[in-house]
Each structure stands twice: as structure tokens, then as C-alpha cells.
Design a protein around this ligand. Structure first.
Ligand SMILES: [Zn+2]
Length: 89
């Protein structure tokens, strides 16, 4: 089964290679979080889901130029609550 690795904090696609993966305290790669969100076993930014969305919007628009900021925000609001970091169970 093919699995796509999306960062479970910001939703960024991390690809099949591990170069964008975050790092655990023991130096292993994190399969859940990207290197921008997660470094040495902890999150790089202590933010709320809402703040994360605002941080991510410019990057989403840069990656998907056909989206407006408003569309990117709407997309993030749909995606983020389902990610491991933000999921409330
Ligand atoms: Zn991330």
C-alpha cells in the first residue's frame, strides 16, 4: 500500500525521501512530522492550530499559486484538525 507522508503538524507533503522529516531526540527521523515543525524530539513552534494555519498560508499559496489566501485558509481549516498533532480524541 502506498502511503503519502504528510506532516502531522502543518500538513506539508514530505515526500518519499526522509530529507524533510523531523528528528527525534535520539537522532532518528520522525515519520510523522517535518523538520520545520519537529526537531530533536520536540515541536519547533509552540502554536495553536489557528496560528499554524496563518503561518502555513503563505507557503501553501507559494506551492499552489492558483489558490488565494482565503482558499488556502479554508483548505488548512479542513486539513489541520484531522492531523495527529491537533486531533482531539
Ligand atoms: Zn510540519
Amino acid at each position: 500500500m502506498e502511503t503519502k507522508n504528510f506532516c502531522q503538524s502543518c500538513g506539508m507533503p514530505m515526500g518519499a525521501k526522509d530529507e524533510l522529516f523531523g528528528t527525534e531526540l535520539d537522532g532518528n527521523k520522525s515519520v510523522d512530522y517535518c523538520k520545520y515543525c519537529y526537531e530533536n524530539g520536540s515541536f519547533t513552534r509552540d502554536v495553536t492550530a489557528e496560528e499554524m494555519i496563518e503561518i502555513c498560508i503563505p507557503h501553501v499559496v507559494a506551492a499552489e499559486p492558483e489558490l488565494t489566501s482565503e482558499e488556502a485558509r479554508k483548505l488548512m481549516k479542513e486539513v489541520l484538525p484531522g492531523l495527529k498533532r491537533w486531533k482531539k480524541d
